[in-house]
Design a binder for this molecule. Sequence first.
Ligand code: GBH
Length: 449
Amino acid sequence: MNRNEDRPFLWGTATSSYQIEGATREDGRGPSIWDTFCATPGTVLGGDTGDTACDHYHRMPEDVAMMAGLGINAYRFSLAWPRVQPDGTGPGNAAGLAFYDRLVDELLERGILPWVTLYHWDLPQALEDAGGWPERDTAYRFADYASLAYDALGDRVGHWTTLNEPWCSAMLGYVEGVHAPGRRDARAGFAAVHHLLLGHGLAVQAIKQAAGGRAVETGITLNLSPKVPATGSAEDAAAARWEDGLSNRLYLDPLLRGKYPDDVAQELDRLGCPLPVLDGDLEIISRPIDVVGVNYYTSHLVEARPGGQNGWPGTHTLSRGLPSTAMGWEITPAALTDLLLRLEGEYGGPAWYVTENGAAFDDVAGADGFVDDEARESYLRSHIDAALEARDRGVNLHGYFAWSLLDNFEWALGYERRFGIVRVDYDTQRRVPKRSARYYAARIASETR
Ligand code: GBH
């Protein structure tokens, strides 16, 4: 099923529950770690929260109609775990599940393939109170939630992604503390890495089991970023390899090779942040999956710096002086081609999808709400070209999802940064497709003709 040349290339957009839904207290939804984090002063720019966000929970049919108007043939969205299981355990919350039920039906009626992500960072607060991802038990709770979600939607949804970007959950949430739950504890963070991956493997098992004989594609989405050594020196090569290990191989290797990379695992042991692996875990984590999603935004030029903090390897990301997005991320489309070629060459097996790619720019809306975002159009064009080049050079690539359909809650940066191809006026909730949306629609039409 992996090398099915007949399967149509998916042209989609992606969103996530906490970033767009709002309605955080409706229909029995429980609190997530992001509700708690946003309510903590000094965590999110401007004190913004996801309480209302894009009000997608109430405007869903309008948003699906808009996607259909753009000619999008797939939509990647996430389920809010605390809508499905308000405190992370026990029976499903029927009112919460009903929303996703309606969303899936609406998509199917419009000919848009629904692609579910089970976890895009909104852990039920009750599970964090019990220790969160650093606790092994959270992995088992996640698998229970996965089978519950599959039981409710699996008759209509064939694409199931377990986690979005476990690197972000573990590193930003538990090591750096800049995302929910805002902890700063490296040891806990690397325990979280392992338990997220274990949760992924257990969830894949649970979904396959719940599916019985029914066809289902399972997978995971990773944020992957090429790490390029700044010079030909051995020190810079070692620095780039360490960064590649921490960002990329620490996830790819256990998932697709059944083994953590030795260099990274040994260094983490030395640093007092061991991966808490028990016998049999890697067999679970590396259960065959059908799809690996790649979220791509930029690449990094890495140099060695003497004396990292607390004995950590000293590395530094250098600016290349290239044009950047409003996030300060340099625009490096060719590195996406290189990345996909490397993935196919070193880890070939599953189907690859670009499950997120896009950019924030300082949009200026006219009186009619229209944004003439030439920069975003050109970002999308160059990255779509780069992805298709990789496909033409033999990468088993089956789709591309633009991040994001709508301007939305950009985590610690609140509503300040806009990634949408559709403008959202947060006072009126009016949506206006930007120039980049028109471009994307035209591109899809020409690619699928
Ligand atoms: C994605 O994360 C998220 O899935 C999505 O929810 C979010 O809205 C979107 O991106 C936009 O941020 O700091 O210069 O070293 C992407 C997270 C972005 C993390 C790039 C690593 C490295 C760039 N990744 N980042 S830099």
